[in-house]
Design a binder for this molecule. Structure first.
Ligand SMILES: [Zn+2]
Ligand SMILES: [Zn+2]
Length: 266
């Protein structure tokens, strides 16, 4: 599979930006000087809520405590590792086979995402990719295709690069997987959904995506890992998963840098 030439060009620019910014090393979040390039200062590191086991095996939500011994819950033991589901996933399984994220999208996490999203701090990409490869190791291991959630071309032109594509390419490269940055396309422009609630977001993104025609035949029977910067309501990523599953994908996993973690409803 070939990397889209436009995305390859952006990736090339990102690589050059990374080289240009080797000195002086600055914290990726607050831009104070640090000992090493492409990392966080100690203060920022300690403020980020890194998501780690125990996690719901499906949606990846962190458990506050080790819920039950392995195999004691529905789902049973899977190849010797803990396979536990949260209450929400037990009631209704999400469209994703599995979702994983590196850190929590809280006040500290938001600052780190926004620095990447709007600040052109592309020199953070190698660090973000390493974090994604670690948090999403299981997902990437079984991935046939790694693909980003797409931006509409008009927004892409304005923002100049799709940060999800940069993350997908870099994480796939670390894991030795095929990245297809133009697997999905936007079929129409959707309004910015910053202030929308979950239902409004779902309406907003319905039928907003499709599998690119030239990749349609390659999706059938494959496991896809979708990559995005943030998981909030999940409406956008669910709309992407919908069209991939409709095209015959065997399963769709979701890997993000940050995710909203709501307090447990039960
Ligand atoms: Zn910092
Ligand atoms: Zn869950």
């Amino acid at each position: 599979m070939t990397v889209g030439s436009a995305t390859a060009a952006w990736f090339g620019r990102a690589a050059r930006a990374a080289l240009d910014s080797v000195l002086p090393p600055l914290c990726l979040r607050c831009a104070t000087p640090t000992d090493a390039a492409g990392t966080l200062c100690a203060a920022c590191w300690s403020q980020i809520t890194w998501l780690s086991a125990p996690l719901c095996a499906c949606c990846g939500v962190p458990f506050e405590f080790d819920p039950q011994p392995p195999g004691a819950q529905e789902g049973g033991a899977q190849s010797g590792t803990q396979y536990l589901l949260c209450g929400a996933c037990l009631r209704q399984r999400p469209i994703f086979a599995r979702a994983r994220a590196v850190f929590r999208y809280d006040d500290a996490g938001r600052g780190l995402v926004l620095a990447f999203k709007h600040g052109d701090r592309l020199h953070g990409v190698p660090a973000y990719a390493r974090w994604l490869a670690r948090a999403g190791a299981e997902l990437l291991e079984s991935a046939d295709i790694v693909a980003p959630v797409p931006l509409h071309w008009t927004r892409l032109a304005w923002r100049r690069y799709n940060q999800a594509a940069l993350l997908a390419n870099a994480a796939a490269a670390l894991a030795g997987r095929a990245a297809v940055p133009d697997l999905l396309v936007r079929t129409r422009r959707t309004p910015q959904q910053g202030e929308m609630g979950r239902a409004a977001r779902r309406r907003n993104v319905r039928r907003a995506f499709d599998v690119a025609d030239r990749y349609r035949a390659q999706v059938a029977g494959r496991r896809i890992v979708l990559v995005d910067d943030v998981l909030t309501t999940g409406a956008t990523a669910e709309a992407c998963a919908d069209v991939l599953l409709a095209a015959g994908a065997a399963a769709v996993d979701l890997l993000t840098l940050a995710r909203v973690v709501r307090p447990a409803a039960d």
